[in-house]
Ligand binder design. Structure first.
Ligand code: PEP
Ligand code: MG
Length: 311
């Protein structure tokens, strides 16, 4: 899908036929944000707010949060930034949330689940995000992590609206959420696929464990088929579908995802130019053929070969 030639990237995600796919940065600190802006990110598709407070032993005040978020939003005045609410638990424990020890933290009270029992924590965070958006002029949306059902998505969107935030969406990173994307799309403004956790939960394979890394390969056809379902819902309902997991940073996979109907790709700043250039070298019909080939494959290696075949 597309050539790998010397095409350079002009900082706008656009295929050679004019089809637009936003190319965005994943950030967790002011340094990341500066690097993403310098590398030409059109905005931010994932701001991991938990990274601001990994060492905090008490909940940061609204004012402290406002300052921390504004420092990350500052380079993106007038540009879209998706701020994810705290995704604590499992690999990213937050001391101030005082979690109960759990036998299986990846399957426990993590991500947005923490907020169901303590809604005031997410309400204070949403308030701080709204203030930081005003401070910086960034075009801010909010997004909840680890959403499993449409009811949870609706719960979050209601709180975001109450905080005066214009757009609210959720991550699709639990297989149940992917399978009910249609119901979720009906209650949110956008969704974003977290392919790292989606693979982990789809294959029952810890994303941090090297011994099962082959199952967490984003080229696994089962993962691609699940992503395709979400892409189709996005196209059918006019809901923007982003990808903010590692899959978005692979230039060939970026083409496959685009062919599935994904409308934005968010990645580490180091991948922006390569992915942007690859997209500029291909077209939507080639991406759609690449996607069809990849989802029909039997294993990751043949999915990659099938995705390369169309051009
Ligand atoms: C993901 O799960 O793919 C994702 C983008 O979120 P995180 O890596 O922060 O869990
Ligand atoms: Mg995740």
């Amino acid at each position: 899908a597309g050539n790998t030639g010397k095409s350079t990237w002009n900082g706008v995600g656009i295929l050679r036929d004019g089809h637009r796919v936003k190319v965005l940065g994943n950030v967790g600190s002011p340094a990341d944000a500066a690097a993403a802006a310098a590398a030409g990110a059109e905005g931010v598709g994932l701001f991991r707010t938990e990274f601001c407070f990994l060492s905090a032993t008490e909940e940061p005040t609204v004012e402290e949060q406002r300052k921390a978020y504004a420092a990350v939003l500052a380079p993106f005045a007038g540009k879209p930034v998706v701020v994810r609410t705290l995704d604590a638990g499992a690999d990213k424990p937050l001391a101030f949330l005082d979690p109960e020890p759990e036998p299986n933290p990846a399957l426990g009270v993590r991500g947005v689940r923490v907020a169901f029992d303590q809604p005031e924590i997410i309400d204070r965070q949403l308030e701080a995000i709204a203030l930081a958006a005003k401070d910086t002029g960034a075009d801010v949306s909010v997004m909840a992590p680890m959403v499993a059902t449409a009811a949870e998505a609706a719960w979050f969107v209601k709180r975001a609206r109450a905080a005066g935030i214009a757009r609210a969406g959720v991550m699709i990173e639990i297989p149940a959420a992917a399978l009910t994307a249609r119901e979720i799309a009906a209650v949110v403004d956008f969704v974003s696929l977290g392919t790292n956790d989606l693979a982990q939960y789809l294959f029952a394979a810890d994303r941090q464990l090297g011994a099962v890394a082959a199952l967490n390969d984003p080229w696994q056809p089962a993962l691609l088929r699940l992503i395709k379902l979400v892409g189709e819902v996005g196209v059918a309902t006019g809901t923007p579908v982003g990808v903010c997991g590692e899959a978005a940073a692979d230039p060939l996979l970026a083409c496959v995802l685009t062919g599935m109907g994904v409308t934005s790709l968010s990645m580490n700043h180091t991948a922006l130019a390569t992915v942007g250039a690859r997209l500029a070298s291909t077209s939507l019909d080639v991406c759609q053929l690449a996607a069809r080939g990849a989802v029909g494959a039997h294993d990751p290696a043949s999915a990659k070969i099938a995705a390369r075949a169309p051009h």
